[in-house]
Design a binder for this molecule. Structure first.
Ligand SMILES: CC(C)(COP(=O)(O)OP(=O)(O)OC[C@H]1O[C@@H](n2cnc3c(N)ncnc32)[C@H](O)[C@@H]1OP(=O)(O)O)[C@@H](O)C(=O)NCCC(=O)NCCS
Length: 292
């Protein structure tokens, strides 16, 4: 067997490594690597057998492991460990203090990714984001979608009814009554303003349910928020139910999707109790960190 060689990849990732780059990073292949990226390729002779890509986030002395892939016939022979070892050394030399890794999986914590990262010295992977999805046709299994109604003092209207004055008022509320994470204006050009909903109380905007098309048949429940004054009264869920009912009637979309941060304990609990049912898929973005 030929010896393993690890090369630093400068400028752009050579085409021979294309098959080892995860699809989410395919954009990286079409351009010069950004200066913050560190990429290594592993070869046996002319044969590419592995790739590792990390991104340095200098402002925080941290880095993210964006990809580490070994070709199937070469697995369990130390290639992955060798690639990670080199990337770790290079990161240490540039002053990086911690590297994070994340990967998509199911609910089972015992996966190859977890075993590999643990062997490389990472901590125990934890849920970062839960990804829930299903068909809009499954809603009959979620009776709350039909049952929950907002009291008449609330009005639900499309996002397109937002007036210039309301736009300014809501914008000024960012950091005051809602955090930037819940902004209805994040990537505003991508959202579906016809289908996204505004919640008004006494004529003032007090919440929103933002929808964003994820692909041609899937609608993403992107951001749901109600003013703290109206929280803990089931208003957000009633607003989501209203959005759900509209989606069921909408022939343009047959699937739905939502992402929830694992630290959002209330929402995680709600999903586990009221959305989990056969046919609804749940995936987990697992996260872990290694201090360097
Ligand atoms: C994960 C991956 C990179 C491992 O590469 P590899 O070259 O096979 O890993 P190594 O041979 O260096 O293994 C190092 C250690 O990781 C653990 N490990 C690796 N693969 C494992 C497996 N299939 N089952 C259990 N443990 C495993 C073991 O502890 C192993 O040490 P050991 O062989 O002495 O027991 C490879 O399986 C792969 O490319 N998977 C698809 C992409 C991926 O999941 N990347 C990880 C993203 S975080």
């Amino acid at each position: 067997m030929e010896a393993l060689e690890i090369e630093a990849i400068q400028d752009a990732v050579p085409g021979v490594y294309t098959g080892l780059i995860p699809p989410v990073l395919s954009h990286v292949l079409q351009q010069r690597l950004p200066a913050s990226f560190l990429a290594l390729g592993a070869r046996r002779g002319a044969e590419p057998v592995g790739v590792a890509i990390a991104e340095r986030r200098e402002a925080s002395d941290t880095a993210g492991l964006l990809a580490l892939t070994v070709s199937e016939p070469e697995r369990r022979q130390g290639v992955g460990r060798a690639l990670f070892g080199e990337i770790e050394t290079a990161l240490r030399q540039t002053g990086t203090r911690a590297i994070g890794a994340e990967y998509l999986g199911g609910a089972d914590p015992d996966t190859v990714e977890a075993a590999f990262l643990k062997a490389c010295g990472f901590g125990k992977p934890r849920h970062g984001i839960q990804i829930w999805g299903g068909s809009t046709g499954l809603h009959p299994e979620m009776p709350w979608v039909y049952r929950l109604r907002l009291p008449d003092v609330f009005a639900v209207r499309p996002f397109t009814t937002l007036t210039t004055q309301e736009y300014e008022e809501v914008r000024q509320g960012e950091g005051v009554w809602y955090t930037p994470d819940y902004s209805p204006f994040a990537d505003e050009n991508l959202i579906d303003k016809e289908r996204s909903l505004l919640l008004r109380y006494g004529g003032a905007v007090v919440g929103w349910m933002i929808f964003e098309p994820f692909d041609t048949r899937t609608m993403l429940f992107k951001t749901m928020f109600v003013h703290p004054r109206h929280q803990r009264m089931g208003r957000g869920i009633a607003l989501a139910a209203e959005g759900g009912r509209r989606l069921i009637r909408d022939p343009a979309f047959s699937e739905w999707l939502l992402f929830v941060e694992a630290r959002n304990a209330d929402m995680v609990r709600f999903l586990a109790r009221h959305v989990s049912c056969p046919g609804v898929q749940k995936e987990v973005l697992w996260r872990t960190v290694k201090l360097l």
